[in-house]
Design a protein around this ligand. Structure first.
Ligand SMILES: Nc1nc2c(ncn2[C@@H]2O[C@@H]3COP(=O)(O)O[C@H]4[C@@H](O)[C@H](n5cnc6c(=O)[nH]c(N)nc65)O[C@@H]4COP(=O)(O)O[C@H]3[C@H]2O)c(=O)[nH]1
Length: 738
């Protein structure tokens, strides 16, 4: 079965989604009762009353019927569209023909002027029967045909032409060759058996149509089967009247004509429903759906899908409006950047679903304590931005900020887990800190970072010093990128002295940046920026390679064999591949691994990841040495001393510096040295600036020392000279001993 053959049926509801109308049994039954009463009652007087249905009334009723038939055609034909069922066109054209034949009937009625031939009962009956058959055939056709669209649009014109030609033929035959028709009425005798039989034929066709329409209605037809069913049934009642009448002026004739008009009206209703009401309803539904979809799209464009809060776009718009209002009312607008502390940890440890639920709850909670004029938006991730208009001064913000902070700190229960968090908040004010959205947002963001740096769970108002820091950092970051490509880094070396022998046994490699404008820059000014930007990874790689190369170079030059110590950053372990870098540097330089020492900070060890452990273990296998830098300042956990099996502890210079005046520092150093020795580790004190300190360190049993008291960090050439001198004095001492 092709697509077009499929009956256009849908269950229970119509095309517009409304429930299918009930069959109109009430008018049908009422009208049937009227016919029954007329038939059963002895109404001889009425039946013979010729004034009951006079010519004028007949003409009037027929004109009305013709008008309704014409309306059926006009509405259906003019509103027809290709996707509509072709049966609508069949009804349209069929009823155009019916209307024309009814017109012929009205003009032929006895008492009307001549239309080619004189008017007569038989002439009127012949037109009448033709109209009845055409109407019954039309209804039966649409009852039996599937309600599918036409294959070709030209068919509609062919159909119209066919109906018009057929009707014209009937007119011609009736007017010019009336004798070819069987007799239907004989003056003085009344209706012929043919006429009655013909009416019964119409009744049979209409009955078939009615049965089919009822069936289709039950199956939930997508067209108005109920009204077409009523039209067929009332058509049958009308026809029954015409099998019962004795005079063309009697009661049955009157009732039959009225019923015919009612049947036409039901067809008109069906056509109107199919051609106007239903399409209009569908259009209304489609427009409503479209509006809904548009509304949804608009909502999505301006809101964050997770929290339903306004997004950046809407926030920008609201800020622009708020700025205009602030200008007029001489008030301020605050843009408050809220970043949830440790959100990443919560997300990673409890999962994204919990993370999302937390953000939603925070959003609801925050929104609950804001005024209707404030706008809370989500920028993505764990960042919210709040817009507060109508402030007189920055102090007006304080109550809001305290409220936000306490709201965020309140414990939130998700999936039976209680989560407590906090926020770092940065505030920028309009017009004080900027005159547009981007500037204000960036400044609020900068202030938020300052709050984070200050230990989180804090808020900071933006001030210009923050900005200059940011600008400086930015130019530093860009400069660092170029520095690596342009070979602007150099290593300086500081000797490490063995306290027992007084000889140099190692050097610490310390990076310097030969800045084209700012001169030689110490690492304290750029290492943090390099770490933040990740540039520490390639920079650190260069340091290892250069230190190994230089150490191997000194050894090849016959200078004393010393260990070169290199600082490593935690970021290098997190983002880089330390093991491969070191192995490559050793291979390239040819340096024996035992002359390389890597200085680890406690933060590296605290990462506690297996990869740090594996790297240390693998490099130790090669012979590389490890020391812990700045020992004593961090957690100084004994467990990682055991786990990582380092070789040396580097006592932080903050303890060494005040050693002679501060008894606590002395106690700490003594304890570190004792502990290191009992674990079989060597100790080195850094920052040794005078002889007194040195003496005390010797007294504690510290193995090595490094500091300005011996030498400041120096260039590679200066270090070569230093090593050369050290070699010579060693040779002299040996010669003297011998
Ligand atoms: N006041 C005083 N200071 C002394 C004395 N003796 C040495 N110093 C300074 O103390 C720092 C010792 O290095 P650090 O503790 O590893 O601390 C280093 C280290 O953490 C880092 N750093 C240096 N080079 C590198 C590198 O190549 N990679 C990494 N990741 N960090 C590096 O930068 C820090 C600072 O390095 P520098 O500025 O070169 O500063 C050096 C050194 O010049 C002294 O007697 N008195």
């Amino acid at each position: 079965m092709s697509h077009h053959d499929t009956p256009s049926l849908i269950p229970a509801v119509t095309a517009t989604g409304a429930p299918a109308p009930e069959l109109p049994w009430r008018p049908i039954t009422g009208m049937a009762l009227v016919v029954l009463v007329c038939w059963l009652m002895p109404l001889e007087a009425l039946k013979n009353d010729h004034s009951l249905y006079p010519l004028a009334l007949h003409t009037l009723s027929e004109i009305f019927a013709v008008v309704v038939a014409a309306l059926v055609f006009a509405v259906a034909w003019n509103t027809y569209a290709r996707e509509r069922p072709s049966n609508i066109l069949i009804l349209a054209c069929g009823f155009l023909g019916v209307g024309l034949l009814d017109f012929g009937h009205a003009l032929s009625y006895r008492g009307m002027p001549d239309l080619v031939t004189p008017a007569s009962a038989e002439k009127a009956i012949d037109f009448w029967l033709a109209a009845r058959y055409l109407s019954a055939a039309t209804l039966l056709t649409v009852a039996l045909r599937p309600w599918t669209p036409l294959q070709k649009s030209a068919t509609r014109y062919r159909l119209l032409a066919g109906v018009l030609a057929g009707t014209a033929l009937i007119f011609v035959l009736q007017l010019f060759f009336p004798s070819i028709w069987p007799r239907t009425f004989i003056e003085g005798q009344g209706l012929t058996a043919f006429k009655i039989g013909a009416e019964l034929g119409v009744i049979a066709m209409l009955a078939l149509a009615a049965i089919r329409f009822r069936q289709l209605h039950r199956q939930g037809a997508a067209f108005d089967a109920a009204n077409l069913f009523a039209a067929s049934m009332i058509g049958i009642l009308s026809e029954l009247c015409f099998t019962l009448y004795a005079s063309v002026y009697d009661l049955f004739n009157l009732v039959g004509h009225i019923y015919k008009i009612v049947a036409y009206l039901f067809i008109y209703r069906a056509i109107f429903v199919a051609s106007v009401r239903d399409p209009y309803q569908r259009l209304k539904v489609a427009v409503a759906k479209r509006k809904q979809a548009e509304h949804k799209i608009e909502h999505l464009a301006y809101h964050d899908p997770l929290t339903e809060l306004p997004n950046r776009l809407l926030l920008r718009d609201r800020l622009e409006q708020a700025m205009v209002w602030a200008d007029r009312s001489h008030t301020r607008v605050a843009l408050i950047f809220i970043d949830i502390d440790n959100f990443k940890t919560i997300n990673d440890s409890l999962g994204h679903t919990v993370g999302d639920a937390l953000l939603k709850k925070l959003a609801t909670c925050l929104q609950g304590s804001l005024r209707s004029t404030d706008t809370l938006s989500r920028q993505g991730g764990d960042e919210f931005v709040l817009l507060v208009p109508g402030l007189n001064s920055s102090e007006d913000c304080t109550p809001i900020l305290s409220k936000i902070m306490s709201d965020i700190q309140a414990p939130i229960v998700i999936d039976n887990t209680e989560i407590t968090t906090s926020a770092s908040i940065g505030i920028a004010l309009y017009p004080d800190d900027g005159a547009n959205f981007d500037t204000l947002l960036q400044k609020a963001d900068t202030a938020m970072y300052k709050a984070k740096e200050a230990g989180r769970n804090a808020y900071r108002f933006f001030d210009e010093t923050m900005n200059s820091e940011v600008v400086a950092n930015l130019s530093l970051r860009n400069g660092l990128r170029r520095a690596l490509d342009n070979d602007q880094f150099v290593l300086h070396y500081q000797p490490q002295i063995d306290l027992a022998s007084g000889t140099v046994i190692g050097v610490e490699a310390l990076i310097r940046w030969q800045h084209p404008e700012l001169g030689l820059m110490a690492p304290g000014r750029f290492i943090t920026v390099a770490e933040e930007s990740g540039l520490i990874v390639p920079i650190g790689e260069w340091v290892i390679q250069e230190a190994c190369r230089q150490a191997a170079c000194w050894q090849r030059a016959g200078l004393p064999k010393i260990v070169v110590a290199v600082n490593l950053s935690a970021i290098q372990f997190r983002r880089g591949d330390v093991e491969h870098t070191v192995v490559r540097a050793l291979d390239a330089s040819g340096l024996d691994p035992q002359f390389l020492e890597l200085e680890l900070t406690e933060s590296i060890l605290l990462q506690g990841t297996d990869s740090v452990f594996t790297t240390v273990r693998e490099l130790k296998k090669l012979g590389v040495k490890f020391s812990i830098d700045d020992f004593g300042t961090g957690y100084s956990s004994l467990s990682y001393l055991k786990r990582f099996a380092v070789d040396k502890l580097k006592i932080d210079q903050s303890f060494v510096r005040d050693l002679t005046h501060d008894s606590d520092d002395a106690a700490i150093i003594r304890a570190i040295v004792q502990m290191a020795h009992s674990l079989g580790l060597r100790t080195i004190a850094e920052g040794v600036e005078n002889e007194n300190v040195l003496e005390q360190l010797r007294g504690f049993g510290c193995n090595e020392a490094q500091g300005y008291h011996f030498e400041r960090p120096m260039s590679a050439e200066a270090m070569s000279d230093y090593l050369e001198k050290s070699r010579q004095s060693l040779a002299l001492a040996l010669a003297a001993n011998n």
